[in-house]
Design a protein around this ligand. Structure first.
Ligand code: CU
Length: 282
């Protein structure tokens, strides 16, 4: 029985490692400037963790095999305090490995979140709510109209509380899909009206929480034209599963064609573009 258990442990270990090595279930291709660096970091982490996992499981199987019940009379278990020295060693080694991985990975993370977006970035305000994404575009003047929580009115479709009396709000558009230019830095200003949501576009390699009461600024550059699924990655309520939208990465001319369109035409044009670009899934 002991031997069978050891073999089962080794088989499960081999299958688990194989699942990653085969790359059958892997990320979709990255479509952002920072994507390759992030993927590289992920690969280093998974290799380090994979080696530790395999070593620990092989060791576990070996222990199960070696110290199995052989049925011999007088074959009794031993009580041991363990080894403080060994415990110290594996704790320190684990700490060093994980802290090093964290330090290696932080530069990409920090460059997108802690540094300001490059000047001239295309800026969109993202306002999440149960269970919908709202994207607020500043229009031709590149200035966001004033928003005020007091005038938020979902009934009249003023989801972000745009103050129509502000002249800067006249050319603004608010829609439920995200359209951004290709190969240009994009800044998102993320806000939430109710609970924590999470902006996630897997091919973009970008995931960021939206927290009520905070405006979180992030930036990235998308490098491939197309349409991509955008999901809420935070369990935000009963209809969380419905909270999906789409991100359009558009060439310059199509991006220009959107500029300065009044809200109704802007929405119609986005609808056309959503129909034009198939959703990229690989
Ligand atoms: Cu959500």
């Amino acid at each position: 029985m002991g031997r069978a258990l050891a073999v089962i442990i080794w088989i499960i270990t081999a299958l688990s490692v194989l699942m990653f090595v085969s790359k059958k279930w892997w990320f979709p291709t990255a479509i952002s400037e920072h994507g390759p660096a992030l993927d590289r970091q992920f690969l280093i982490t998974i290799i380090v963790v994979g080696i530790s996992f395999a070593a620990a499981q092989i060791g576990l199987g070996w222990m199960v095999w070696k110290y199995r019940d052989t049925g011999k009379a007088g074959d009794r278990g031993l009580y041991t305090h363990g080894s403080n020295r060994l415990e110290m060693i594996w704790t320190v080694v684990t700490a060093v490995v994980f802290i090093s991985l964290g330090i290696m990975g932080q530069s990409v993370w920090a460059s997108l979140r802690l540094h300001d977006a490059p000047a001239g970035s295309y800026t969109v305000e993202v306002v999440a709510q149960q269970f919908q994404w709202n994207f607020h575009y500043p229009g031709k003047d590149n200035v966001f109209g004033k928003t005020d929580p007091k005038v938020i009115d979902d009934g009249s479709l003023n989801f972000v509380g745009l103050d129509e009396s502000d002249p800067n709000a006249k050319d603004d558009s608010v829609i439920t899909a995200l359209a951004i230019p290709v190969n240009k830095p994009v800044e998102l200003r993320l806000r939430s009206k109710d609970v924590i949501h999470s902006f996630w576009v897997p091919p973009l390699r970008f995931k960021q929480d939206l927290v009520p009461g905070m405006e979180i600024k992030v930036h990235f550059t998308a490098t491939k034209v197309g349409q991509y699924e955008l999901a809420c990655a935070e369990l935000c309520g009963q209809l969380h599963f419905k909270m999906r939208s789409f991100m359009l990465v558009l060439p310059d001319d199509e991006m220009d064609s959107l500029k300065g369109l009044p809200q109704a035409q802007f929405q119609a044009r986005i609808k056309e573009l959503l129909a034009k670009y198939p959703i990229t899934t690989d």
